[in-house]
Write a protein that binds this ligand. Structure first.
Ligand code: CAA
Length: 326
């Protein structure tokens, strides 16, 4: 698998979708070994030729800036430019989540959600901090009545509402609202120095953007209690062991790995990916019986799509599927 992905890294962009579809098809179709060997041999030749041309290892992460913001950066990445990358960019405050930053994040998410060329979104920060929480200095003077009447933190929910898959690529601190923001995403990849925690208790408050709820559902009551009541942080390895992060990678490879993941998701039908995400999320919202019913109905609904027909026809015809997101 690593070989195929690496091969794709040096594949001309017009060929990349074909290779990715072969790759996707391989997961579902037990291609004959001869065909696989042929693909490997052809790609290996390409890799060797490209390696000879460029001495450095080809990187998967190529990006182009799309817009200037004050607190974030947005780019599109990947061979097919179908993975959006949003980088929290408030380094002096360790990406503390001030109102301005959260507004920009919501706007960027809405824009990428509407953009049909985008299959997945990666949310990341800096090497030192994904985000060190809500902006303490900004909220220090807040009163109870202001919080109630202004519905404080209500506008943080855009991440959890986004229909496209979001991958949090967490390096450094993910504390308080930063940890909560990562948990609003669908998948967390952690750099090996990442630290997760809910330290609100030390500030005389409690998590306010899902820490007591999402963390408990992921790591269980005992660990969530321990983290929320002590404010102690956990490292990347422990986060992976607990199921909070699905993968730990060296910090400098984190973004590339997250983009690769977004690209892999992007080889499938965006429409079916959206339905699948909704079904998995339903597991957190309802009883098992209701969830199973929802899943079955959604499964049935895929039979009304062109992509379901294409996916199964392609399997039967032993060829890569060409999805149209219809
Ligand atoms: N809000 C505002 N500013 C913050 C901040 C935050 N959450 N976290 C860090 N900063 C600022 C610091 O004030 C500092 O600014 P100055 O240079 O102007 O003093 C700068 O970022 C660098 O921080 P440190 O000097 O503290 O860096 P460090 O490496 O010594 O420590 C840290 C790093 C352990 C993350 C420490 O900054 C820290 O404990 N931050 C606060 C973490 C926290 O309590 N988060 C929870 C916030 S409440 C919340 O999120 C509620 C919710 O549920 C939504």
């Amino acid at each position: 698998m690593a070989f195929l992905l690496e091969a794709n890294a040096v594949t001309p962009s017009h060929e990349a979708p074909i290779l990715l579809q072969c790759f996707a098809a391989r997961l579902r179709v037990p291609l004959k070994m001869a065909n696989i060997a042929k693909i490997f041999a052809t790609r290996a030749q390409g890799v060797l030729q490209a390696a000879a041309r460029q001495p450095q290892v080809a990187t998967r992460f190529s990006s182009s800036s799309t817009k200037n913001w004050e607190y974030i950066k947005t780019e599109v990445a990947g061979e097919s430019k179908n993975v959006a990358v949003i980088t929290l960019n408030r380094p002096k405050a360790l990406n503390a989540l001030c109102n301005g930053l959260m507004k920009e994040l919501s706007t960027a998410l809405q824009q990428f959600s509407k953009d049909k060329s985008i299959s997945a979104i990666v949310l990341t920060g800096s090497e030192k901090a994904f985000a060190a929480g809500a902006d303490i200095k900004e909220m220090v003077g807040n009163t109870y009545s202001q919080c109630i009447q202004g519905n404080f933190l209500n506008d943080w929910t855009e991440v959890a509402r986004t229909q496209k898959p979001i991958i949090a690529a967490v390096n450094g601190y993910a504390l308080g609202g930063g940890c909560e923001l990562a948990m609003m995403c669908d998948i967390i990849y952690a750099g090996d120095k990442a630290k997760f925690g809910q330290p609100e208790i030390a500030l005389g408050t409690i998590p306010g953007a899902g820490g007591t709820q999402r963390l408990t559902r992921v790591v269980g009551k005992s660990k969530a209690m321990e983290m929320c009541l002590t404010g102690n942080m956990i490292g990347a390895q422990e986060a992976e062991k607990l199921g909070l992060a699905s993968k730990v990678v060296p910090a400098d490879q984190l973004l590339g790995e997250a983009v690769k993941l977004g690209e892999k998701i992007g080889t499938h039908s965006n429409l079916i990916v959206q339905l699948c995400k909704e079904a998995v999320n339903t597991a957190y919202e309802t009883t098992l019986q209701e969830g199973l019913k929802f899943e079955r109905r959604t499964f049935h609904a895929t039979f009304s799509t062109a992509d379901r027909k294409e996916g199964m026809t392609a399997f039967a015809e032993k060829r890569p599927a060409k999805f149209t997101n219809e």
